[in-house]
Design a protein around this ligand. Sequence first.
Ligand SMILES: O=C(O)CCC(=O)C(=O)O
Length: 248
Amino acid sequence: MSLTKLLRLKALISQPKQIKILLENAKIGATNRRLLSGSQNEMKTTLEVPFYMTCSNNMKAEECQLLYKDMVVFENFLSETEEKVIFDEIEPYMSRLHYEYDHWDNAIHGFRETERLHWTQPSMLILDKVRQAAFPAGKPQLRHVHVLDLSADGYIKPHIDSVKFCGDTIAGLSLLSDSVMRLVHEKDSSKIVDVILKQRSLYIMRDSARYDYTHEILKQADSKFKSVIVPKGRRISVICRSEVTKKQ
Ligand SMILES: O=C(O)CCC(=O)C(=O)O
């Protein structure tokens, strides 16, 4: 069984984590502001809501704040030239594969995928940029990069990447198309967070976003963000992951 298939095996989260909210560390781009009130013991905080995210109204301010820190999206992370460099490198291989519609674990519909270890120098430079943005220096990372090609009618069902095979951080580039990623709290499915992933953006999902919420890519018919339709075409994601370490 390939690593990418193992990664999607849904894993049980054995212990709820105590996560300290470090708002000052939340590096978020923002266009909107919203007043969020903390718990009764906390001061009211004006927090910049990332333009790329919406949290359902029933979520507590602390839960949203944690996600602003743990699900970060950089729009236009890639230039058009950089997107083409990566696409041109993977397309000859990907285009020879068939899209699969009956996935063994039923997690993805309409996809083809590979894991790539060796890249040309120009692509390596781009992937280094991703790794530098996503992982602190010295953090052990999976050496293989996961390339997932979703057809225009493809989608990814809700899942949590296996905690056995993937560490606390997942960093994904989106090529060719915009799409909407939905996070749903594993223990309370009424807590829903939508994230717009624009073409050429990079998302970094870590800690609470990675462990406490399932993630999925919405199918074309449901692909909306803030009630606006987000046309989803063929989308290729290029994903780097951290390694599982004992401390996690
Ligand atoms: O395509 C993406 O960005 C997410 C991929 C994913 O959920 C997975 O491979 O488990």
